[in-house]
Design a protein around this ligand. Structure first.
Ligand code: ADP
Ligand code: ZN
Ligand code: ZN
Length: 835
């Protein structure tokens, strides 16, 4: 290409297609400035004008010479990279995600790029890329010419321009210049990401040999403070024996933090060019425990599973590892990852949001050291940029991360592990792209010719079905590691205890007794209740009034520590009234147990025990989550009570009792996956008990001990559970026998919302064939943030080969609905494979 440029430099014009992080389903064509023609590459980021005044960062997806027909292409303002930061496979994957999950590739790009790789905005002025004094047909005033000459080297902001021109407001001048196509007004192109730097100090080259150094000491003989600084430096950096160590220098902080050294002496030595200061870029990730521990040898059962997985990989791209809790799946993953890295490829280990704890990161760091990147939503954006760049540069061969790490710029992936593959937090709910990280990982692996291992103690019905069908390989580990036994599950019958009057609040006598015994034996307890706050509801004992959210169709949760009624959907908050606003009764009663109330009552029942609560409210600050886990691990806490957060991935030595406070609500939640969720949740949290030599016990409090699902859980009968579920799914056309697409309509007016939903459902019925269409109907929560909701559910049988066609039909039906005047402000959300 370079030679061609040299020959025809003056006649050829190049254009680039850009993917922009905007929800518009197309690419945009821009003109490539002359200066960039040789350096531009697919996968680089570029800054482009977008709309009237905006500037956005996009990614170049192709370069060509076809001028767009419908519009005059604008110029690319600036190339941000010298090499591609988005890989080819990634671009293909983004387009696949967009079409599968009914969104735009721009929305995927927006989710993928950490905001530090996008740009922040502030009004700025730059020379127009096509401007030159020789070619312009316009003439300029003196002030204009001065500004244009100054802008030749740099971009400037309003204030700087006002100062330069000596005017109060340069707006009119700028407007005229813009009209003459001499400048561009834009929002500042400042990269948000700044690498972390360390200010260092070293001896200047003049003093690195013996003679000048001796002379220097002579000079400093009368200046003991400066001499002390020099001496300390020479103690720490062996300038003579190891000249390179002086090149690397010393962190300036080491000297300034030293109480015996004077700051001003350091400055003086720098001023006199004895020392010089410089900055180096340092990692935000400390190099701890660098690969210090060798891998632990696998048990014979683990070895067998490991071999089976490798064997399965020879015939299957996807393999499911069904291993009971505590069977040692993690050690198997570690072995596989190491093999993949040693084979020269990249590896990705996906974990659900809350399972990615310091526990697991430490364990992995010990093996993989600094070759491992951690990608977590609790991380700052700068840390995420560093992982992104680390994957690009090859520094991180292996990433452990949450959902969004499937969007990282891998270019040579060999293995993906999706741990707890059944977990619903792999699915992004809001905003688009509403993708499922497990399924995206599988598509991504397919594009890289990589292998995928799905792991779970309670596989999703969908994945297990694929394994049963032979589409995925299946490897089973049905024993815990070592001598550990699966815990014994016991049902505590709330109804019977109520009749026998042994119930205390909502605590069964059985659960209280077991907690007491466990604490006596100096063992630890985990209590799980999936509701935060004090009480999920408040209720007037005289007239039955229940405080509801003003914005949503839900009752408010009482939070005692905030003395407030709070909506868990929109955050609305109000004070608990003194009396009922309907009947003025003062008998307002809290109903039901949230984690806060559980914590309070556990403290009353067990005054000598340390009780700690772990839920969204106690883990808002950056390290609180780790702190709670560390304290529990060290045995400083005796009872840990919490929501979902206590169910996943945690591995403690001394937990011998797990209590599930209220199993019934989970089971009876109105969703076709509620049995599956309940089975998974109860099994997972039970799995925290008895992970070492002492057997564990799980107490499940229920009003319905005969419930078939509980009976299956008692027997640890995954297969039995699976068979029952599968029959049910077959009968009602649910996954894995069909694929679901859920349409949600939102409107501030309930009537319009319903009408829009009915119109759309009707259009679906007319235009789609061989699908089942349910609804429209109101979802369980029919109003959120003052928007009324309606749902339509499309079930596409697996045998229907037109999934792609159906999706594009749905998109156009949705679009033509919002083009009708009365439905213009309806929001329509299309969700593929909703969870
Ligand atoms: P899972 O992920 O299947 O629930 P883990 O991988 O957490 O199980 O293993 C359970 C426990 O057994 C952990 O404490 C782990 O350290 C221990 N363990 C597993 N495999 C080995 C091994 N090969 N040698 C020593 N300890 C092991
Ligand atoms: Zn009342
Ligand atoms: Zn609300």
């Amino acid at each position: 290409m370079v030679e061609i440029f040299e020959q025809h430099d003056d006649i050829r014009t190049f254009f680039a297609e850009l993917l922009l992080p905007v929800p518009i389903p197309r690419l945009f064509t821009y003109r490539v400035p002359r200066v960039s023609q040789e350096n531009i590459r697919v996968g680089q980021r570029a800054i482009v004008p977008f709309g009237e005044r905006k500037v956005v960062t996009g990614v170049i997806t192709s370069i060509h010479e076809k001028a767009p027909q419908e519009y005059e292409a604008k110029y690319i303002l600036e190339l941000l990279d010298t090499f591609p930061v988005v890989s080819d496979v990634q671009l293909r994957l983004f387009h696949w995600i967009a079409s599968y999950y009914l969104c735009t590739a721009g929305e995927v790009l927006n989710a993928a790029l950490p905001s530090g790789l996008k740009l922040s905005s502030e009004s700025m002025v730059q020379l127009h890329p096509a401007f030159s004094f020789e070619e312009t047909p316009y003439s300029f005033t003196e002030k204009e010419a001065l500004l244009l000459r100054t802008l030749a080297g740099e971009s400037m902001d309003y204030t700087a321009i006002a100062t330069l021109l000596g005017v109060k407001n340069p707006y009119n001048i700028l407007k005229l210049l813009a009209a003459k196509e001499a400048i561009i007004l834009f929002e500042e192109l400042r990269e948000k990401y700044r690498p972390k730097t360390d200010r260092r100090i070293r001896l200047t080259a003049a003093y690195t040999t013996a003679k000048p150094l001796e002379d220097l000491f002579q000079t400093l003989a009368t200046k003991p403070l400066q001499e002390a600084v020099l001496l300390r430096y020479l103690q720490l950096v062996h300038v003579m024996q190891d000249p390179i160590s002086n090149t690397a220098g010393l962190s300036r902080k080491v000297l300034t933090d030293d109480p015996e050294l004077s700051d001003s002496s350091i400055k003086t030595l720098v001023k006199h060019s004895v020392f010089e200061e410089f900055d180096v870029i340092v990692s935000r990730f400390p190099d701890e425990d660098v690969g210090s521990t060798p891998i632990v040898p696998l048990s014979p059962l683990q070895q067998q599973a490991h071999q089976d997985i490798l064997k399965s990989f020879t015939t299957h791209d996807y393999t499911l590892l069904h291993g009971v809790t505590g069977s040692g799946k993690t050690e198997i993953y570690i072995n596989l990852i190491r093999q993949a890295i040693e084979g020269g490829s990249q590896a990705l280990y996906l974990l659900p949001e809350i399972a990615l704890t310091t526990q697991i990161v430490h364990r992995l760091k010990k093996v993989f050291g600094t070759t491992m990147g951690v990608y977590h939503s609790r991380f700052s954006d700068a840390e995420r940029v560093e992982v992104w760049n680390g994957v690009l540069s090859g520094r991180f061969k292996f990433v452990v991360g949450v959902r969004s790490s499937v969007l990282l710029p891998f270019d040579n992936l060999g293995l993906v592990i999706v741990d707890e593959e059944h977990d619903s937090s792999y699915k992004q709910q809001e905003p688009a792209p509403r993708y499922h990280a497990r399924d995206v990982a599988m598509m991504m692996a397919h594009m890289h010719h990589a292998k995928v291992l799905l792991g779970s103690a309670t596989p999703s019905v969908e994945s297990y079905y694929q394994a049963q069908q032979g589409k995925y390989g299946l490897v089973t580990l049905d024993k815990r590691f070592g001598d550990a036994q699966l815990p014994q599950v016991v049902l505590a019958d709330i109804g019977r205890e109520r009749r026998q009057k042994t119930l205390k609040g909502d605590f069964t006598g059985l659960l209280l007794r077991k907690i007491d015994e466990t604490l006596q034996q100096k063992e630890q307890v985990i209590i799980f209740q999936n509701r935060r706050g004090y009480s999920p509801m408040v209720n007037c004992e005289d007239c039955g009034w229940v405080p509801k959210c003003v914005n949503c169709a839900v009752s408010l949760t009482y939070h005692q520590y905030r003395h407030a009624l709070v909506c868990h959907y929109c955050g609305y908050k109000e004070n608990l009234p003194q009396q009922c606003p309907i009947c003025t009764s003062a008998r307002l009663k809290t109903v039901g147990y949230g984690t806060e109330k559980l914590e309070e009552e556990l403290n009353l029942h067990f005054p000598n025990a340390q009780v700690q609560r772990m839920d969204l409210d106690t883990t808002r600050s950056k390290n609180s989550y780790e702190t709670i886990i560390d304290q529990f691990e060290r045995g400083e806490t005796n009872i840990l009570v919490g929501t979902q957060m206590v169910t996943k991935g945690l591995d403690f030595d001394h937990v011998s009792l797990v209590g599930i406070f209220h199993a019934d609500r989970m089971i009876h939640f109105p969703d076709f996956r509620s049995y599956e969720r309940a089975f998974q949740l109860i099994t997972q949290v039970s799995g925290r008990a008895g992970r070492r030599d002492k057997p564990g016990t799980v107490i499940v409090q229920t009003s319905d001990p005969e419930h078939p699902l509980l009976q299956l859980i008692l027997r640890h009968d995954y297969r039995g559970f699976y068979e029952v579920q599968l029959a049910d799914r077959l009968q009602h056309h649910y996954p894995p026998f069909s694929r679901l697409i859920e349409i949600t309509l939102k409107h501030a007016d309930k009537r319009v919302c319903r009408q829009a939903a009915e119109t759309l459902a009707e259009a679906c019925r007319t235009n789609l064939s061989s699908v089942y269409i349910l609804g429209p109907g109101e979802p369980a929560i029919s109003k959120i943030r003052n928007q009324f909701l309606m749902n339509i559910l499309i079930k596409v049988p697996r045998a229907n080969a037109n999934l792609g066609q159906i999706k594009s039909t749905l998109l156009s039906l949705a679009e033509s609905l919002t083009q009708q005047k009365e439905f213009r402000s309806t929001r329509i959300i299309l969700d593929a494979d909703p969870m």
